[in-house]
Design a binder for this molecule. Structure first.
Ligand code: PEP
Length: 249
């Protein structure tokens, strides 16, 4: 049985006061939920979020990592810093990193390796753009993203390898994949994980304009094990609804 993950990606949002308000309101929501709760604040707020969520069943994640322990890498945050801050999971390959910062598959592969070497839970993002969906190449795009990161590069147990399917056209746009579109892609990813890597127990999350109003429909499919949420995770009131949701498969 794969446990549902509800993960928040705050991106470059939520300042000190907002982080404090969030956790004050969020309280014991994760303790009382049957879902696994992950929150990824921006780097400067990780320590605060860790402190405010201590003992509350929240896994604090980083939105990225530079794949070195420490050293002369101006502007970067590496493995030792994440460990020092109590980070237990890292998002890698988010489409904003691929697209805005030009992260190539080779660097993403290195990061995937590094996250595993450091024993952290990997949340690995894949997804096609709108033109790629329209020209029907979305399956090939996903294959390339997954193969280039995972082939001969998976060392952690399946439970610590999570894939987030995030169609780029659905991120932050208010447009959501239909449950059928999401299910088709998740089943495709599930088959790759099982047949190519022998990984049956990895979770596959859907991301792209998930909200309290649409989570139930999206999560109904057997192959959808939770959500990676941007906009609707910023305020505790809406994230709490997502964390409290119970999947009916
Ligand atoms: C994301 O960026 O991971 C995401 C899913 O964002 P949103 O929920 O805002 O579409």
């Amino acid at each position: 049985m794969r446990r549902t993950i509800i993960a928040a990606n705050w991106k470059m949002n939520n300042l000190t006061g907002e982080v404090k308000n969030f956790f004050a309101e969020f309280g014991d929501t994760a303790v009382n939920s049957e879902n696994e709760v992950v929150i990824a604040p921006a780097y400067p707020y990780i320590a605060l979020a860790s402190a405010l969520s201590a003992g509350k069943n929240v896994t604090i994640a980083a939105q990225d990592v530079y794949p070195k322990a420490e050293g002369a890498f101006t502007g970067m945050v590496g493995g030792k810093m994440l460990a020092d801050l109590g980070v237990k999971a890292v998002i890698i390959g988010h489409s904003e990193r691929r697209r805005i910062f030009g992260e190539p598959n080779e660097l993403i592969r290195e990061k995937v390796k590094f996250v595993q070497e450091n024993g952290l839970h990997l949340i690995f993002c894949v997804g096609e753009t709108l033109p790629e969906r329209e020209n029907g190449s979305m399956f090939d795009v996903l294959k390339e993203q997954i193969y280039s990161a995972f082939d001969d590069n998976l060392t952690l147990a399946p439970e610590k390898i999570t894939v987030a399917y995030e169609p780029v056209w659905a991120i932050g746009t208010g447009v959501t994949a239909t449950p059928e579109q999401a299910a088709e892609m998740h089943t495709f990813i599930r088959r790759i994980l099982k047949e190519r890597y022998g990984y049956e127990d990895s979770r596959i999350l859907y991301g792209g304009s998930v909200k309290p109003e649409n989570i139930q429909g999206l999560m109904a499919n057997e192959d959808i094990d939770g959500a990676l949420v941007g906009g609707a995770s910023l305020k505790a009131s809406s994230f709490m609804k997502l964390v409290n949701f119970q999947a009916v498969k």
